[in-house]
Structure formats: structure tokens, C-alpha cells
Design a protein around this ligand. Structure first.
Ligand SMILES: *Cc1c(COP(=O)(O)O)cnc(C)c1O
Length: 369
């Protein structure tokens, strides 16, 4: 048996007719940028997550960047951000000539640890970025209180958390703004780069829309300089076709996670992903902590089971951040996780048989090693 890490072609086959129609209609309509599907997708997405505004963007990375620029982040400002994440959440801070201030993550949830935030706040701190890593909700309600107390902006990176919930609310709706990625591999993925911002603040939303379109809301109305970051009509049409399936696909991911949990619960050497009480996980990734991780990964590869590591290096350890002169001891949890985390295949269409095959070989590895 073969277990690929992800099978985007199989996912395409689940919605082939809808997607083929969406593409054909867009090509026939020939409005490739700012076409009707874009506004329609924004309307449907904001209604789904229950917020006031959705502004589509060219990518998830752009979405966070546009939020920072619109909130008025200036050179020299400090932004707190998790030490364990994809690079987008910190690189956009540097793009504003502001300083990424890394905060270690919680040892069980792997999201930014609220208990460590206040220690890192200085008079230069302007905002906190939380990342809902792997589909697990970060402790936004608690972090919101800290942000309110210190008059900081709260930005949610929801690139891995489409319809993740905390206390009955979807992620992205608690902070000043939430950033989404619709990169092809995400829980809701386009067929190329695409992203979006949600915010309940109409004034911010208007600024974001302007910034993402060369500083103009209508043609030639350039009140300021912005950038070109727009979702293509064809991507919006594809996302519209896929949107009705998102809840069900998330449910399939949760079912896969439950089965993995049942099968791996008693395997010594493996720590299962936690789910914080009061939250709904969407398992963008199903990530275990594994003793002897690299050897396990190689063993699984020999059995035709693909796994990935999200992420092999904590952000402060990356060459890109050498200039900040951090040492791993400053981020003990992130520094440990980079050697332990292993992402197992999880996607709509993964079969029970495949999950049993993966779990059986993990079990077998630990009886031999
Ligand atoms: C994918 C991802 C992004 C960036 O999204 P792009 O659309 O690829 O720019 C940002 N943050 C996290 C946590 C991600 O996983």
C-alpha cells in the first residue's frame, strides 16, 4: 500500500464538475482580475465565519502584511510572534522594518504561550500575532485580554485554521483582523496562490481594500501608495465551488484524527496532538511528537508512507534570523519540538485502511526500536 502525504488530485476528483464549470465560466467571462466571483467569494466567506468584512488578497502572507501596514506599523515597532511557525508570520514584520520579537510556544498546544507574552512587552510593542498552528486554536480569548490591557493590536494567522473554533467562535474573529491562506494544500485551497483577511472593523476593512489595490478603491483614485495583492477571478471561482464542502472535509479530518488517536494511544514513543477544552480542531496537520523521530520517518518512508516535518527549525534558529542573535535556550519548547514533531498524512479521501496501515507501522517501529 502507498500512503501519500496529500493527494490534491483525488480532492479535485471529489469536486471535478463544480471546479471544471468554475474554470470554464471564468475563462468565458474573460474578467480575470476583479471579476464577479471575487466579491461573491468574499461575501460567502464572511457570512460563513460570521464577521463584517472579507478582503481577498494574493496570498496568506500578503494578508498578514496588509494587516500590519493598515494598522500603521512603523519602522522600529516591535511585534510579538510565536517562535514555532511558518516563516510568513515573522517575515512580514521585517518587511515593515519592524522587529519580530519571538515568544516560545506552549508545550502541549504548540501555539504562542500566553504566560510568556507580558514579559516581552516593551514601550515599542505594537501588536501580537497568534498562529493557530496545525488547526489548533491559540488561546485568543486570554491573549485578547493581555492585548487590551496594554493597548496592543491582536492579529490572528488563520492560514491553518479554516473554521477552527474557540468558545463557539471561529478563529479570526476575536482579534482586530484574521489572515487566511488559500494555498492549494490548506483546508480550503485554491489552484494557485490566494489569501484573504477578515475583520469586524469597517474602517480598517476599507483601508485594507485600498492598500491591496495600489492605494485605490476605484480606478485612478490613488490616495496613497499600496501594492498589487488581489485574488484572481479564477481562484475565487474555484474557492466558491469548494466552499460548500469545507465543513464536511474538516469533519473527515477530525474522523481521521480520532482513528489515529485510538490506534496510537498506547504506543510508547508517541505523544498525540492535544485539543484544548472549548475548542474545535480542524487538523490542517495531524502532528505527533515522536521519540527517535528521524529514524521513524525513514522507516515509514521504506513502507511507502510519506510524512513531513512542520517545522524542522524553530524560527529564531533559521539563518534568516541570525541577525537577532538568539540562542536555542531562549525558546526551550520550540527548540525541542523541532526535533520531535512529525506530521502524518491527513486529508479528505484518506481511507481508514491507509490510517490503519500507518499506525501499524508506527507501532511496529517502536516494538523493534
Ligand atoms: C501557509 C501559511 C501562511 C502563508 O500563506 P501563503 O498563502 O502561502 O502566503 C502563513 N502562515 C501560516 C501559519 C501558514 O501555514
Amino acid at each position: 500500500m502507498k500512503v501519500p502525504f496529500l493527494d490534491l488530485h483525488a480532492q479535485y476528483l471529489l469536486v471535478k464538475d463544480q471546479v471544471d464549470n468554475a474554470i470554464r465560466n471564468t475563462v468565458n467571462g474573460a474578467v480575470f482580475v476583479r471579476g464577479e466571483a471575487v466579491a461573491l467569494f468574499e461575501d460567502r466567506f464572511k457570512a460563513l465565519v460570521d464577521t463584517g468584512n472579507c478582503i481577498s488578497t494574493g496570498s496568506g502572507t500578503d494578508a498578514i502584511f496588509i494587516i500590519l501596514k493598515t494598522l500603521g506599523i512603523q519602522p522600529g515597532d516591535e511585534i510579538l510572534t510565536p517562535a514555532f511557525s511558518w516563516i510568513s508570520s515573522s517575515e512580514v514584520i521585517s518587511l515593515c522594518n519592524a522587529k519580530p520579537v519571538f515568544v516560545d510556544v506552549h508545550p502541549e498546544t504548540y501555539t504562542i504561550d500566553p504566560a510568556l507574552i507580558e514579559k516581552k512587552i516593551t514601550p515599542k510593542t505594537k501588536a501580537v500575532i497568534v498562529v493557530h498552528l496545525y488547526g489548533q486554536a491559540a488561546q485568543v480569548a486570554e491573549i485578547k485580554k493581555i492585548c487590551d490591557k496594554h493597548a496592543l493590536f491582536l492579529i490572528e494567522d488563520c492560514a491553518q485554521a479554516h473554521l477552527t473554533e474557540e468558545n463557539g467562535k471561529y478563529t479570526g474573529t476575536c482579534g482586530h483582523a484574521g489572515a487566511f491562506s488559500f494555498y492549494p494544500t490548506k483546508n480550503l485551497g485554491a489552484y494557485g496562490d490566494a489569501g484573504g483577511i477578515i475583520t469586524g472593523n469597517d474602517e480598517l476593512a476599507a483601508k485594507m481594500r485600498r492598500f491591496s489595490n495600489h492605494g485605490a478603491l476605484t480606478k485612478d483614485d490613488h490616495l496613497l501608495e499600496g501594492m498589487n495583492s488581489r485574488m484572481d477571478t479564477i481562484q475565487a471561482a474555484i474557492l466558491l465551488a469548494k466552499l460548500p464542502f469545507l465543513k464536511n472535509w474538516n469533519e473527515m479530518r477530525r474522523a481521521s484524527a480520532r482513528l489515529y488517536n485510538d490506534l496510537l494511544r498506547d504506543v510508547t514513543g508517541v505523544s498525540l496532538p492535544s485539543v484544548r477544552p472549548g475548542t474545535v480542531h480542524t487538523y490542517h496537520q495531524y502532528v505527533i511528537r515522536a521519540v527517535n523521530r528521524d529514524k521513524l520517518r525513514k522507516y515509514l518512508e521504506e513502507k511507502d508512507i510519506q510524512t513531513l516535518i512542520h517545522y524542522p527549525q524553530a524560527l529564531p534558529d533559521l539563518p534568516a534570523y541570525r541577525y537577532l542573535n538568539h540562542v536555542p535556550e531562549e525558546f526551550p519548547v520550540a527548540s525541542r519540538l523541532q526535533h520531535q514533531v512529525l506530521s502524518l498524512p491527513v486529508y479528505p479521501g484518506l481511507t481508514e485502511e491507509q490510517i490503519r496501515y500507518v499506525a501499524a507501522h508506527i507501532k511496529e517501529f517502536y516494538t523493534k526500536n
